[in-house]
Design a binder for this molecule. Structure first.
Ligand SMILES: NC(=O)c1ccc[n+]([C@@H]2O[C@H](COP(=O)([O-])OP(=O)(O)OC[C@H]3O[C@@H](n4cnc5c(N)ncnc54)[C@H](OP(=O)(O)O)[C@@H]3O)[C@@H](O)[C@H]2O)c1
Length: 409
C-alpha cells in the first residue's frame, strides 16, 4: 500500500522533506500528492513537476491524501490545520513543538478517537529518536531522570563562550551568521524553546501532562564571561540543561547548569543536542546528534511517515496534569561566584541560617571573577537566601551569581 502524502510548508524542513520524498518515497511506499505554501507565485524547485502547489485548505480537503505533514510553523494556524486534518480522519505528522507542547494532549486524544496516527518526532531534538523511545520503547521501564541539551542555538552560543573566549553578544552574532540563530533569538535564548521540548518529553515519560509554562525556566542571555571563566577553573562547562527528576512531586527545570567538562553533555558542543535518560532497570542511555537543520529534521519527519505507513501502534496513556515540585525545592551542589570585596572571614557569619554549607572555596586566578564557592547539596530556596546574605550592600550588580551543578550521569 502506498501512503499518499500532503505537505503544508516548503521552507527549510518542508523543502528537505520533499527532496527526500523525491529520492526515496517510491522505495518507502510514500507518494507526494500536493504541497501548500503561503506565496504560491514563487517557483519551488524541490516540488516535482505535476505535484500541485496550493493552499492549506486544498491539502486538507483532498480525499486522495492519507497523511498531512504540518511544516508551516507558528501556533494558531498550524494547530487549526492539524485539528481539521485529524477531523477529516487523516493521519498527521508535525515538527511543531509549539503546537505539540500546547495542544498535544487534545490532539493525541482526537487522533486516538478517529483512529489515525499523530506523530511529532521532529518536534524535539531533530533526528534523535527520543519521542519514539520515550513514548513506546521505554514504556516497560521507568524513567527516573532526564538531562537534555535540546536547543542547538544555545549550545552553539555557550560552546563559543566557554573558557571565556567570546562574549555572549559576539557568540550570538556568530550563531546568526552561521544560520544557527534567528534574527530575533528570544525564543531560543530565553529557554522557552527548551521548556516546550522538555514539556513534551516529560508528558511522554511521566504519563501525566506538563504544560511548558509550568517548567521553571531561565535563559542564557545574562551569563557573563566571568561565569564561563569560573566554570572552566573548576573543571566544568555551562550548558543550558533541560532536567527532569521523578519524585512524589515531579521536578522539571530549564536552567544554565554546570556539568563536568568530560561528561557526555559537557562534550556535546556546537549545534548538537544530547539526551540522557536514567531508567530504573536498564540504567543510563545516551542519545546524541543534530537537533535541527534541513535534513536532520526532515529525516525525523520521514521516519514518522514510515511508521504511519507501517501502521505502528502507540501506547495509550492518561493525560491528567502532573503534580510538580516548586522550583525552590530543586536541590544540587551550587557554584556561587561572589565579589572579591566580601571577606572570606565573614562568610561563615553571612551564611549562618541560610541552610548552605561550603564544600570548597577559592580565589579565582582572574581578578574580575571574584571568589568561588562550591556548596554542599542545597535547595534553590536556600541558595537564594545565601545570595541575599552575600550581597554587598551597595551596587545591585554585585549580587552573587549561582549555578546548580549537575553531576555526571
Ligand atoms: N528549521 C529547523 O531546523 C527546524 C527544526 C525542528 C523543528 N522545526 C519546525 O518545523 C516547522 C517548519 O520550520 P521551517 O524552519 O521549515 O520554517 P520555514 O522555513 O519558515 O518554512 C515555513 C513554510 O511554511 C509556509 N507557510 C507559512 N505559513 C503558511 C500558511 N499560512 N499557509 C501556507 N503555507 C504557509 C511557508 O510558505 P512560503 O515559503 O510561501 O513563505 C514556508 O514554505 C516549524 O514548526 C519549526 O519549529 C524546524
Amino acid at each position: 500500500m502506498t501512503l499518499r502524502v500532503g505537505v503544508l510548508g516548503c521552507g527549510v524542513v518542508g523543502g528537505g522533506l520533499i527532496e527526500l520524498l523525491s529520492q526515496r518515497g517510491e522505495q518507502l511506499g510514500l507518494s507526494l500528492q500536493r504541497v501548500a505554501v503561503r506565496d504560491q507565485t514563487r517557483p519551488r524547485r524541490e516540488v516535482p513537476h505535476g505535484v500541485p502547489i496550493g493552499t492549506v485548505e486544498e491539502v486538507i480537503r483532498d480525499d486522495a491524501i492519507d497523511v498531512v505533514v504540518e511544516l508551516i510553523g507558528g501556533l494558531d494556524h498550524a494547530y487549526a490545520a492539524i485539528r481539521q486534518a485529524l477531523e477529516r480522519k487523516k493521519a498527521v505528522v508535525t515538527a511543531n513543538k509549539a503546537v505539540v507542547s500546547a495542544h498535544g494532549d487534545e490532539l493525541r486524544a482526537l487522533a486516538a478517537h478517529v483512529q489515525v496516527g499523530f506523530r511529532y518526532e521532529a518536534s524535539v531534538a531533530g533526528c534523535l529518536p527520543i519521542v519514539e523511545i520515550l513514548e513506546n520503547d521505554l514504556i516497560f521501564d521507568r524513567v527516573d531522570r532526564l538531562i537534555g541539551i535540546l536547543n542547538g542555538t544555545c549550545n552553539f552560543i555557550l560552546s563559543r563562550c566557554s573558557q571565556g573566549s567570546l562574549q555572549y553578544a559576539e557568540a550570538l552574532r556568530e550563531a546568526q551568521l552561521n544560520g544557527f540563530a534567528e534574527a530575533d533569538p528570544t525564543l531560543d535564548v530565553s529557554g522557552a524553546d527548551t521548556a516546550q521540548k522538555l514539556a513534551i518529553l516529560v508528558t511522554l515519560l511521566s504519563g501525566g501532562s506538563c504544560a511548558p509554562e509550568r517548567v521553571s525556566t531561565t535563559g542564557i542571555d545574562s551569563i557573563a564571561k566571568e561565569d564561563h571563566l569560573a566554570a572552566e577553573e573548576l573543571g566544568y562547562v555551562i550548558k543550558l540543561l533541560a532536567l527532569y527528576r521523578r519524585g512524589d512531586r515531579h521536578q522539571v527545570r530549564v536552567a544554565p547548569t554546570l556539568v563536568p567538562k568530560s561528561s557526555a553533555v559537557g562534550l556535546t558542543v556546537e549545534e548538537y543536542n544530547a539526551v540522557e535518560v536514567e531508567c530504573s532497570h536498564i540504567g543510563w542511555q545516551l542519545y546524541l546528534g543534530k537537533g535541527a537543520g534541513r535534513m536532520p529534521t526532515a529525516s525525523a519527519v520521514l521516519h514518522d511517515l514510515v511508521r504511519i505507513r507501517e501502521g505502528a501502534a502507540r501506547v495509550s496513556r492518561s493525560n491528567a496534569p502532573l503534580t510538580l515540585a516548586s522550583p525552590g525545592s530543586w536541590t544540587a551542589p551550587w557554584l556561587l561566584r561572589i565579589p572579591r570585596e566580601i571577606s572570606v572571614a565573614s562568610l561563615g557569619a553571612r551564611l549562618a541560617g541560610t541552610g548552605v554549607d561550603v564544600s570548597e572555596l577559592r580565589r579565582s586566578k582572574h581578578d574580575s571573577v571574584g571568589t568561588l564557592i562550591l556548596t554542599q547539596e542545597a535547595s534553590a530556596d536556600a541558595i537564594a537566601k545565601a545570595q541575599d546574605a552575600l550581597t554587598v550592600d551597595n551596587p545591585a550588580s554585585s549580587r552573587p551569581v549561582a549555578f546548580a551543578v549537575e553531576p555526571e550521569a
